[in-house]
Ligand binder design. Structure first.
Ligand code: HEM
Ligand code: HEM
Ligand SMILES: Nc1nc2c(c(=O)[nH]1)N[C@H]1C(S)=C(S)[C@@H](COP(=O)(O)O)O[C@H]1N2
Ligand SMILES: [Mo]
Length: 343
């Protein structure tokens, strides 16, 4: 062994550090843009998914380098190697499930979707990734940000965007099922056919059985019966776009929220479910929100939110509260809630 000046690193280690740092940046980008895509059912979902997919392809491109680092690391006994291996397995599951969803080669996996696996594996990987990075410090050196390395990073990024564009062209040219995705990446299911619309919940909610004769809805300072709500006939054709990877367009009918809450002071409307699930909306949106009792001319079934469910045009499915049990107006700002439901 020769003695090296402290300021210089062997080339292999320097390359390893850059690979690891690039992976850290790319994993963060993929995670963040994935959630931005989930927050919207409008344009931001699209541009964040372009970044997201490019980030995913760039992670794939790092695999040859990272597997060299991993092989070297696994060769020396170090506590927690199993956790690094599990991290690798989870990231691979997420990548594969993401590609299966996007190409359409596999969309449904029993009661779950490829998207559920994609996101589930990514979430499970987070604590492992944090531990992995914290227990294996990589230090950034000035030379890592040299002009040449920045150019190299730019080349990887450009290559990843090109790979994503090429993959989308292949999906379309070969007529893979993925060609039919909406801009959010979701697949059409049961549109205008209420009986074929998928039933989904955000996480753990089970379908409650609610008796329409005893159901009462507090809203606007009074209680409404099922028959009173059903007597309204406000109509809206709107698309529910679930983060699970499907979308469904239906003709909804029921009561506009502004009619139920009347003229009241307040900053936001809180729509509560019989299960405790709730979402908050700016009061200005009241006339755009529909409390639906029917879709496609028939009453909702328990799975789709009977007796009444919220319809929120241009918002992701998790805003469409099912089994509504109360509508409250108060002074809380609409942003005073978790960005995604917690149950
Ligand atoms: C380890 C982290 C992640 C990686 C490496 C990753 C990577 C990928 C890849 C490679 C694709 C396929 C891109 C394509 O060919 O179109 C994809 C699709 C997708 N991912 Fe992720 N992802 C990660 C985490 C997440 C998370 C946390 C979310 C949501 C919260 C998410 C949401 C999506 C969505 C909605 C698509 C579908 C895009 C489409 O079909 O156009 N991803 N992801
Ligand atoms: C896709 C995500 C990643 C996977 C699957 C992964 C996997 C692995 C594996 C299997 C090893 C060898 C076993 C071990 O040392 O525990 C390793 C080593 C290592 N990883 Fe990662 N890693 C990932 C991301 C990162 C990131 C983001 C960093 C830091 C920013 C990092 C830094 C390191 C370091 C410093 C080593 C030790 C190398 C050595 O001892 O020679 N890794 N990684
Ligand atoms: N009470 C309650 N409402 C809910 C959910 C839930 O878990 N609980 N899931 C939401 C999500 S994530 C979606 S995509 C839609 C699914 O509606 P559907 O079953 O009619 O397709 O309901 C939304 N409303
Ligand atoms: Mo959903």
């Amino acid at each position: 062994m020769s003695v090296r000046p402290a300021a210089r690193r062997p080339v292999a280690i320097a390359l390893g550090a850059r690979t690891n740092l690039a992976l850290l940046a790319l994993l963060s980008v993929a995670f963040l843009t994935g959630w931005i895509a989930f927050a919207y059912a409008t344009a931001p979902a699209r541009w964040s998914l372009v970044l997201h997919a490019a980030g995913g392809f760039a992670i794939l491109a790092m695999l040859p380098w990272k597997s060299m680092i991993a092989r070297r690391g696994l060769g020396r006994p170090r506590p927690g190697r199993w956790a690094s291996t599990l991290l690798g397995v989870l990231v691979l599951i997420s990548l594969v499930a993401g590609l299966l969803h996007s190409t359409g080669l596999l969309i449904y996996v029993g009661p779950l979707t490829a998207m559920d696996f994609h996101v589930g594996a990514a979430i499970a990987a987070v604590p492992l990734a944090i531990w992995h990075v914290v227990s294996r410090r990589v230090r950034l050196r000035p030379t890592d940000l040299s002009r040449r390395n920045v150019l190299r990073g730019g080349a990887v990024a450009a290559g990843a965007v090109a790979a994503y564009a090429a993959s989308e062209m292949v999906v379309r040219a070969t007529g893979m099922p993925g060609a039919a995705r909406r801009f959010t990446g979701s697949y059409e299911a049961g549109s205008l056919q209420p009986g074929l619309m998928p039933i989904s919940s955000w996480m753990f909610d089970a379908i409650p059985q609610i008796d329409q004769s005893t159901w009462r809805l507090p809203a606007g300072g009074r209680e409404w019966s099922y028959d009173e709500i059903s007597a309204f006939d406000d109509r809206l054709t709107a698309t529910l776009d679930c983060t699970g990877g499907f979308f469904s367009t239906q003709e909804w009918a029921g009561a506009r929220l502004d009619r139920l809450i009347g003229k009241t002071d307040g900053a936001s409307i809180r729509v509560v479910s019989a299960t405790g699930y709730d979402r908050r909306f700016p009061i200005e949106r009241a006339s755009a929100l529909l409390l639906a009792t029917r879709f496609g001319g028939q009453a909702l079934d328990p799975g789709h939110g009977f007796p009444a469910r919220l319809v929120v045009p241009d918002a992701r499915g998790f805003w469409w509260v099912k089994w509504v049990s109360a509508i409250e107006v108060d002074d809380m700002p609409p942003w005073w809630q978790s960005p995604f439901p917690l149950q």
